[in-house]
Design a protein. Sequence first.
Lengths: 649, 313
Amino acid sequence: MIRYLIIIILIVGILAAVSIGTREKRSPADFTYINCYGVNTIDPAQLSYHQDHIMSIALWEGLATLHPRTVEAIEGVAYLPPEISEDGKRYVFALRPEARWSNGDPVTAHDFVRGWRRAIEPGTSETYYILISAHIGGAQDYFNWRVANVELLGLVRQLQKGSPIKTESLKKVLQGEQGRLLAKRLNLRIPDSAAATDDAYWFEVLSEWRRADVDWKQVGDRWLDEHIVEMEKRFAAVGFRALDDRHLEVLLPRPIHYFVDLTTWSVYLPIHESIELLRERYQGRPLTDAGLWAYDMQWTKPHYRRNNYPGLISNGAYKLVKWKFKRGMRLKKNPYYWNTDAVPSETIDMQEGEYQNTAFMLYEQRAADMICDLTMEYTPELYGQMLDGKREDIRPIPSFGTYFYHYNCRPTLHDGRPNPLADARVRRALAMAIDKQQIVDHVMRLDNPVANTVIPPGQIPGYLSPKGLEYDPERARRELAEAGYPNGEGLGVIELLYNTGYGHERVAQVVQRMWEKELGIKVLLVGKEVKTFAEDKRTGRFMVGRSGWFGDYMDPTTFLDLFETGNGNNHAAFSDPYFDKLLEQAAYETDKVKRMQILSQAEAYVMEEQLPILPLYGYVLVYAWRPNVKGIYPNPRDHFPLNYIYVER
Amino acid sequence: MSQISTIDDIQALPPQSPGSRSWRRFRQNKMAMGSAIFLVLLLVVMFAALPVTVEGYGAQRLSLYLQSPSWSHPCGYDILGRDVLQRCLFGGLISFSVGIGAALISVTIGVLWGAIAALAGGRTDNVMMRIVDILYGLPYILLVILMKVAFERPLTVLIGDKQIANVVILFVAIGSVSWLTMARVIRGQVLSLREMPFVEAARAAGVGPMRILVRHLLPNLIGPIVVYATLTVPQAILQESFLSFLGIGVAPPIPTWGSLSAEGVAAINTVVSFWWMLLYPCLFLGLTLLALNFVGDGLRDAFDPKTTQGMMA
């Protein structure tokens, strides 16, 4: 009997100890919000998701920031306006002397150079490097040159280790200028461009390189050393430099009237010098053995201490105190922030709510003050309750983004069949057969605006949107017949690719039905999980594919660049010399009004004649926050800087 | 008494054949009989409605989205304004064809595999049954997905229509992973039957193994085969539902009971619930599964010689 008692007491004791041990002593933050998508990274050079961006601009502050209500550029670390030269191509930003890092160091122009450079160095750069490379003089050339060298060094290191090499990568390197230089130096065969298409030929070249009596380590190290010297010379030609601690000079290839707006983006944030403690160095060199500019990935962690690293230091309104993977983050006010008196909340919690239904229930139980981007099945019902006046915390935000379908514009499909969508008449016919108002009214039910153009109309000041193609089944049938497919005969099956979930099936089924009914086309729905979907989109394995785009800055080019030949997001593989010429013409047009006219003409051309995409509707995001949450203003760019938000209790 | 020798069989049919005896026993089982009638009725209704539902399952009247049930449309409308009743009736046929197709495949493979293993004996038997053990150990979802990947292209090319191919792939995949139990049961049965005098007699008379299997063993195995086939149908329907629920089943807009239930679950929440979207598909699915299981149980009792006394009393 006593033995049982002891066992029971022991069990109870263990349970009690465990429950006490795991209980978190944590006071609720001044403001708590739930993000339905997890934060992927807060590295300003690498992030590309909205939730990551919001977090990074709370932690860092750039030259300018966006006002939460007007979404116009206001002063950040720099005084505005900057000093701009006559021709509009040289900007000098004066930094405020009182700007401080979260450890008290002053924010200098060198910190900006460090941050911007990371964005265009292979190793730390990611998709958004384009915001720098496309707008700052010499940046793209520098980036390309660096990438070519990194590819070459990668190849040399693979030869050194004897690891498997794809003929593709050899081909790429040896067809470049750098590769030819190396071949000449080593007395190896320089590939003959006439035979360059033959795979067997490249295989032979590769085995010749493998057999060569060369000390690859020595070759690689020597190349790297020369590259490092050359790199600094070339970097000096990139259009941003610190004139002194407090002045940053930027040289643009052409006048860009929205440049200050651009500098509010994450890639333009400064980085504290302590990051250099975590630099990956190859035997004391500033680069890795493959020529990459790399840092220990843990540098964004608040309590990382390797190599005397002090943990993440930032210069924004907040500093990062805690980051629990897949759970959330806690931010605390940065006492050194120059404008800290204007920051209302002492602490902010961000929780990740992977399961929206659960997350919304948490919000309903007041465990959070706000929840972002609701995409539950019943979001339209919540919206309906708001319209009926039953709920005041549901906030629809018509956004600077468009939901559309990509048409594959390649002449043949991935499996070699001829692509009927290569004909613009078919693309137009498909677009005009869709009654978008029906989709908006009965499927979305969030009062989304119908989109006939890719750029949401009326949002960019000074820009006049073209009309685009409206619902016109008569003309659609006519165009389809003209293209050689009367009543859809001979067209075959059109495959519509989408990622499953978030209601994409629903829109796809309605579109399928409308095409079948209006045009007699057979449509097959192909729903895929998001990663495979993205891969298929990127590699062109689709006919019609779901897509969407949110504008990054207040200029038409943030959308129109999507259709430029060779753009990384041009999944349609649309390529039209006339359109490219219009974009280039606009880029070098100094007169603002004329420039907008050219861009409007370009949009009319793609949205009324060529249609690389089929625009469906404008995004309306639905957020929920209770009336006692202040300092947040619904705006089309979905911009809610955390340093203005507070809760009245 | 339960054993009937082949010579008896050939020379003079006994007044009551095992088949008719089983049928009588099945008829006396009220639950099984009622279930069978229900299933037949359901199938008749689904086939009779086919001319309407084949058009109606996808017909969208967007303005009628989420209309609650009324007398003219007793199951209401779904989120795209499609009649839920029509979708349930059409989806039922898809679910049934997946179930029956999968059962046929699984029975064919299972019977052949089990019988061959038992007849061959020795090392062959050992190897074949270890393969079954290994397949048992693998998660069936993984196998189904692999099957889908493997068969998708050839079958689509063969059939020509992607949507029909999709359904065929699904039952081929489910069928080819659910024959394992069947194989074990049949092997056990054959092992015991193999030692029976009538088989020995046949062997002594110089009958080859294939002929023994077809002429002498299969007729005696018909009981367990029918029972397991009946029980495989609901299992396959359930697996199809599960796969559709996960999104790797039949592609929309073709409904199955599984995908309809999945849509229904999504329509249930704390704000506004559209119960009819969940209730009706689940009702159809649940009742059918129940009925199929009752029929399967009834058949097992009917074919089981040991229950003879119980039924007589």
